[in-house]
Design a protein around this ligand. Structure first.
Ligand code: CA
Length: 420
């Protein structure tokens, strides 16, 4: 039993029921404080300085050092293994517990700081980034639009979790502005491309997992062991330039339409914090090969939402989806990724692919929501959106809720700036 998950636990830190960060969450991130990068966590509206807790002696008995906590990234901390990182999570919950006898509350000003006054930094040094394509509804919708409804799903799709290797260097933290990309596009009824700013800029609602344990080159990971290799989850907006994508993607897949930016939320919510929210996934009726078979509940009931806020106007919710809709789950993705002996490394990021649900209000991209521009969405300022315009801020949010405990992810948002 992970003690930090105890739904009856109450903290001496005050927060209201709508927070993403109750004492049962204890996510991990990196903040910048006093000119240093430090491992931190969060409760309510406060950031927890874990390095400060270490120096105060509250982490005594756990096998880690200050070098893991005063660090530019979480990679070294994660590499200590789940035995250590879960012990830290449990200890933090004890330190923050209303009934705690550790004397932490009296010293709170030494390790709690207001979140609003704290600058966050990229949580991990991402070595490799893999993007899957694991929502059946999304793959079907895109197949209908880019090809035809009769052959919407490619013949391989129900047999393996389709994915491709993306680019890690352009993954950026929430609240970093994104410049509209430029590139080649093929105008309708033309055989010659033009060059210019993307006219069909889109978001992709995704959840990403951070690899928490490396496997050696040549070694495979089974679905039964895959959870050991998943540290935690973040929200992920995989920005996409649809007009550039449509022209460039044949035959090797997307390239410049995807690698200009992807926005990541700053908190990694551990797989252990999400354990109570496991649920069954969609039935996989097509017989799958043995290495992709799994047992137990491997999907997660996480409510997801996307809103668009035009410049000077209010945000409008354009999608309500759920991570549980994923056809291929994360343990299948890990097993498939490594079945050829490919080595995953601590800090690698694997994204789910756009998460679309069964109904139009649960689609995870503007391409689908506005159905290739044929069903524009109304904004509160009288304008409409088929794709994302300059000045728009797109925000992803996500939370899981059960037995009065609500575990959320914080912000994953970014504003679009005009092309040069
Ligand atoms: Ca994607």
């Amino acid at each position: 039993m992970i003690k930090a998950n105890d739904p009856t636990r109450i903290s001496w830190v005050q927060y209201d029921g709508s927070t993403d960060f109750p004492v049962q969450n204890i996510p991990f991130g990196i903040m910048i404080a006093g000119g240093k990068h430090k491992v931190c966590s969060r409760i309510g509206d406060y950031i927890i300085d874990i390095a400060a807790l270490y120096e105060l002696g509250f982490l005594n008995g756990i096998d880690l050092g200050l070098q893991h906590l005063e660090n530019e990234f979480l990679n070294d901390f994660i590499s200590l293994g789940k035995e250590v990182t879960n012990a830290v999570r449990d200890r933090l919950a004890d330190v923050l517990d209303d009934k705690n006898t550790l004397g932490a509350k009296a010293k709170s000003e030494k390790f709690l700081r207001p979140a609003l006054e704290t600058v966050m930094s990229m949580p991990v040094r991402i070595g490799d980034y893999t993007d899957f394509y694991s929502s059946r509804e999304h793959a079907f919708n895109v197949g209908c639009m880019f090809r035809d409804p009769k052959n919407a799903l490619m013949p391989n799709w129900l047999h393996l979790p389709v994915g491709y290797h993306g680019r890690a260097s352009s993954i950026i933290l929430s609240d970093c502005d994104v410049k509209r990309p430029k590139g080649q596009q093929l105008p309708p009824d033309s055989e010659v491309p033009v060059f210019g700013p993307c006219k069909q800029l889109d978001f992709e609602l995704e959840v990403a997992f951070i690899v928490g344990k490396s496997n050696h080159l040549g070694e495979t990971i089974s679905t039964a062991n895959a959870e050991e290799y998943i540290f935690g989850l973040c929200l992920f907006n995989d920005w996409s330039a649809r007009d550039i994508q449509r022209w460039e993607y044949v035959p090797l897949g997307p390239f410049l339409s995807k690698n200009f930016a992807s926005t990541l939320s700053p908190w990694i919510v551990t797989l252990e914090a999400l354990e109570p929210f496991k649920t069954v996934g969609p039935v996989q009726e097509t017989k799958i090969l043995p290495y992709l078979e799994y047992s137990g509940e491997k999907n997660y009931d996480i409510h997801l939402q996307v809103s668009i806020k035009p410049e000077g106007s209010d945000p409008v919710v354009v999608s309500r989806s759920n991570f549980k809709y994923m056809y291929w789950n994360m343990v299948q993705q890990v097993a498939h990724h490594t079945v050829n002996g490919c080595n995953l490394r601590v800090g690698d990021l694997c994204a789910s692919g756009t998460i679309s649900g069964p109904t139009p209000d649960s689609y995870g991209s503007m391409l689908e929501i506005a159905w290739k521009g044929t069903k524009p969405v109304n904004m509160n300022d009288g304008t409409t959106r088929s794709f994302i315009l300059d000045g728009d801020e797109v925000a992803l949010t996500g939370y899981a809720e059960k037995n009065g405990v609500r575990i959320g992810f914080g912000d994953c948002k970014a504003k679009i700036l005009p092309a040069d």
